[in-house]
Write a protein that binds this ligand. Structure first.
Ligand code: FES
Length: 329
């Protein structure tokens, strides 16, 4: 990671169901909570498959004592949400301080916040900050149904007509292009949601002739074209063969096996963890937003933090040496 993480013991103080399959967790770190910028996230250590693993969750809200995060139970995910849902109030946890990879800039005259499903979480704090700053903003929240949309009651109460929920199974579809056209010329869009919605949003943004640099986004890093399954990674140059379970990333499995790969976002956004693909038995399931459609179709490289192989194995090469190899003569 780009930044040092300081870990703190914490206690889970409250759990509440806030939509179908979505829970709000209130976490009190020892010594109190640190103020969180809009869009910031919290790293939480969870036991997944019997081993400690780190997951990042956007901070919905924080006060002097507690961080609040909302988590959607993802049955085909890497096991983090299932581990969160097994927790009971009073559980002991280890958490980081807030970190922010999704900064809100305050220098524009108009903002469009666009959430897909549980992608609402980082945008809750952004909407609150924009309202306090007296900025013009609209907050569009797309969910499949009313029952699955988290935090709608409090968002409607806080943001009145600035908040517009859309339920795709219950009404007219969102005309995203029309919403973008309504945004002032210097406006920015902040998006968090699934990959397919991100691609549609970016396409609509481009079609309206706006600079892509003003389309800010964060993704779930979990939505692939196929359900996750175990696969094998071979690194011929190192003579290594590593098994990646369905609940872990290639990056994590390689690190466990002593193969260092540089990484930063771990969401398929920055490209730092990209490795060369030498061969693939099966199909590559690219889950990044770093490579272009053409590059993903070519399949010469992949982002090890999110992408997977389906139906077999992938052979890769990396510029980095295994720890054992680097320590050798
Ligand atoms: S670490 Fe950023 S794309 Fe993998």
């Amino acid at each position: 990671m780009r930044y040092a993480i300081h870990w703190t013991p914490a206690r889970l103080t409250r759990i509440a169901d806030v939509a179908r399959g979505v829970r709000l967790f209130e976490i009190a770190p020892e010594g109190g909570a640190i103020s969180a910028e809009p869009g910031a996230h919290l790293n939480v250590v969870l036991i997944v498959d019997g081993a400690p693993q780190t997951r990042s969750y956007s901070i919905v809200d924080a006060d002097a004592a507690n961080y609040r995060i909302a988590v959607k139970l993802c049955s085909d995910g890497r096991g983090g949400s299932a581990a969160m849902f097994r927790l009971e109030p009073g559980a002991r946890l280890t958490v980081s301080e807030p970190h922010n990879n999704f900064m809100l800039e305050f220098d524009r005259s108009d903002y469009l916040l666009l959430a897909g499903g549980i992608g609402v979480t980082p945008l809750v704090s952004m909407a609150r900050a924009l309202r306090r700053a007296g900025k013009a903003y609209r907050f569009i929240h797309v969910a499949r149904s009313r029952a699955e949309a988290a935090l709608t009651g409090e968002l409607a109460a806080a943001h009145a007509t600035n908040y517009q929920p859309f339920y795709s199974r219950e009404g007219a579809p969102l005309d995203l292009r029309a919403e973008i056209v309504r945004l002032a010329a210097d406006g920015q869009l902040y998006f968090c949601g699934p990959m397919r919605m991100l691609e549609a949003g970016r396409r609509a943004w481009r079609e309206t002739g706006r600079a892509l640099s003003d389309f800010r986004f964060e993704t779930f890093a979990s939505g692939g074209g196929y359900p996750p399954e175990a696969f094998t990674v071979r690194i011929p140059r190192l003579g290594k063969e590593v098994r990646v379970s369905e609940h872990e990333t290639m990056l994590a499995a390689l690190a466990k096996a002593g193969v260092d790969i540089m990484s930063d976002c771990e969401r398929g956004e920055c490209g730092l963890c990209a490795v060369d693909v030498l061969a693939c038995e099966g199909t590559l399931d690219h889950r990044d937003v770093f490579f272009s459609d053409a590059e993903r179709a070519q399949g010469a490289r992949l982002c090890a933090c999110v992408s997977r192989a389906v139906g077999g194995a992938v052979s890769i090469d990396t510029a980095f040496r295994a720890k054992a190899e680097r320590l050798g003569p």
